[in-house]
Design a protein around this ligand. Structure first.
Ligand SMILES: C[S@@+](CC[C@H](N)C(=O)[O-])C[C@H]1O[C@@H](n2cnc3c(N)ncnc32)[C@H](O)[C@@H]1O
Length: 287
């Protein structure tokens, strides 16, 4: 069943289906989370079903272009395999040939940090200096400052949002910019709220939590932009379904979860169902 609905307003049937998933979980032990290796593999497969990474890449490339033509330095927190970062680094190099570009990645999983380094090396650009730290943001031994610090889909996982935002601002040069891309609790992430196990004692954060943390920390937000992406989960494998809900689903949950996703889908221009998959981008300058 497919319906044309606004992303944040599930139909009655979607609400009933979500209640069914909630009821199936009531009193049950927490589902398992995803192991880092399978998380990274399933994330890559998930992105291939979505137009969101392209939208983020275009948006950030425009923002980077606005910084000017001089040397530029970027810290990517939760860099994953570096696919997005390499695209941005390549754009910086091609946009102003010969300009020095410094690009640093931080990721707690060694496999991702290694892939980030390999992806950056594959650019074979003399003007690019790149390093990767295998660490959580809290523990990363970063001892330099940057023009841009970005968190792309990694702020969900930090233990303390306010402390993270303040620490990120300290890693910026005066005039440097902090960019946080994070999903709102729209139709897809309503499932995460019901199904994902707690992380280090907290649930996954979403964009409303981040916005509140900026306000509570007294950090002036220069800009908040919503990018309207969509994802085709109708043909997603069970593993990609698990990534979508950030939990290892048990077989009895897969049918109800797929039925809910079907109910919140809208029709894409090719006639295939798409789940609305928006992302919010917060920007704050170090003053
Ligand atoms: C959804 S992936 C995003 C990867 C990449 N930024 C992208 O957009 O493709 C989230 C990444 O955040 C990393 N991560 C999780 N907790 C983190 C933390 N406390 N500090 C830094 N990175 C973290 C994960 O290992 C994972 O690679």
């Amino acid at each position: 069943m497919t319906s044309n609905i606004a992303p944040n307003l599930p139909t009655d049937i979607a609400a009933v289906l979500l209640d069914g998933v909630r009821a199936a979980r009531r009193g049950a032990p927490a589902l398992a989370g995803l192991e880092p290796e399978s998380y990274a593999r399933e994330h890559a497969a998930f992105e291939r079903l979505s137009d969101q990474r392209g939208l983020i890449a275009e948006h950030f490339a425009d923002r980077l272009a606005a910084i000017g033509d001089g040397p530029v330095s970027v810290l990517s927190v939760g860099c994953g395999d570096g696919s997005l970062d390499a695209r941005l680094a390549a754009g910086l190099i091609q946009g102003v040939p010969g300009r020095p570009v410094r690009y640093v990645g931080v990721d707690p999983w060694v496999g991702s940090a290694e892939r980030f380094s390999a992806t950056m090396s594959a650019l074979e650009a003399d003007e690019l200096s790149s390093d990767a730290y295998v660490a959580s943001f809290d523990d990363a031994p970063v001892d330099e400052t940057f023009d841009v610090v970005m968190f792309v889909h990694s702020m969900y996982y930090v233990p303390d949002l306010g402390a993270t935002l303040r620490a990120a601002l300290r890693l910026l040069r005066p005039g440097g910019e902090l960019w946080v891309a994070i999903a709102p609790t729209a139709a897809l992430n309503a499932l995460v709220g019901v199904l994902a196990p707690a992380l280090q004692g907290h649930r996954q954060w979403f964009s409303a939590d981040v916005e509140k943390a900026f306000v509570d920390a007294g950090i002036f937000l220069d800009d908040v932009v919503a990018l309207d992406a969509q994802i085709d989960l109708s043909s997603a494998s069970d593993e990609v379904l698990d990534f979508s809900v950030q939990a290892r689903l048990t077989p009895d949950l897969r049918g109800p979860v797929r039925a809910y996703l079907d109910a919140v889908s809208v029709l894409g221009s090719d006639g295939r169902p798409r789940v609305p998959h928006p992302v919010d981008v917060f920007a704050a300058m170090r003053r």
